[in-house]
Design a protein around this ligand. Structure first.
Ligand SMILES: CC(C)(COP(=O)(O)OP(=O)(O)OC[C@H]1O[C@@H](n2cnc3c(N)ncnc32)[C@H](O)[C@@H]1OP(=O)(O)O)[C@@H](O)C(=O)NCCC(=O)NCCS
Length: 182
């Protein structure tokens, strides 16, 4: 996934999607800084005032061939990202056969087809890179995200109760998985 692709959103705007590299670290730090002020943060684990991502470890994470971080750019700014991180690929028992996935998009750009597109690209990479099992965790109130994963064939396989409080309400976390053939 080295080539940039253009993707037209349902509102006619075009975004450019490509792998995030270590050299994009500052753009990603800005992205998270902005995202925590965005309404879309509500049902995610990101929070206002969270410490800035560590530069060095972020660069290593983005440049690690065992992971894929995809960014979507609009007007030279990252407006969404999706990722898959292989679980302990160096451990012979696990061999990176599970990939943990996640995605966040600025509110203005949600519900326009981008989340689905990014997840499809993540899955394609996972299949090519020997990932057998995809896993995601989603707050139970995050309907957009649950729909997005479930429409792509993820199933809810577990629940963690009372994990966080949002608007004075306990949040549960659904664990979703999708087993890839092969
Ligand atoms: C969750 C998220 C990544 C989904 O991406 P998206 O671009 O909004 O989703 P898409 O437009 O590609 O739609 C994919 C599916 O998601 C569901 N969906 C999207 N917007 C929805 C909405 N407003 N209400 C209910 N379901 C919705 C639909 O099932 C949709 O499929 P359909 O268009 O065939 O009906 C995005 O909304 C987001 O980043 N939200 C904020 C951050 C977040 O919650 N991240 C996930 C943390 S686990």
């Amino acid at each position: 996934m080295n080539r940039a692709v253009k993707f037209e959103l349902k509102n006619g705007k075009t975004v450019t999607i490509r792998r995030i590299r270590g050299t994009d670290v500052d753009a990603m730090i800005n992205f998270f800084d902005k995202f925590v002020r965005d309404p879309s943060t509500k049902y995610t684990s990101q929070y206002l005032g969270q410490p800035k991502k560590n530069r060095e470890s972020s660069v290593a994470l983005y440049d690690d061939p065992n992971n894929l971080f995809l960014g979507a750019w609009y007007d030279d700014e990252i407006i969404g990202e999706a990722s898959i991180v292989k679980v302990t690929p160096q451990n012979q028992k696990f061999r990176g056969l599970t990939g943990v996935t996640g995605n966040i998009i600025f509110d203005e750009f949600t519900s326009k087809g981008l989340g689905r597109k990014l997840n499809v690209m993540i899955e394609k990479w996972a299949r090519k890179n020997s990932v057998h099992r995809l896993e995601a965790e989603v707050f139970h109130k995050n309907i957009r995200s649950l729909n997005n994963f479930m429409k792509l064939g993820y199933e809810i396989v577990g629940i963690k109760h009372d994990v966080a409080i949002v608007d004075e309400e306990w949040m549960h976390i659904y664990i979703l998985e999708k087993i890839l053939a092969g």
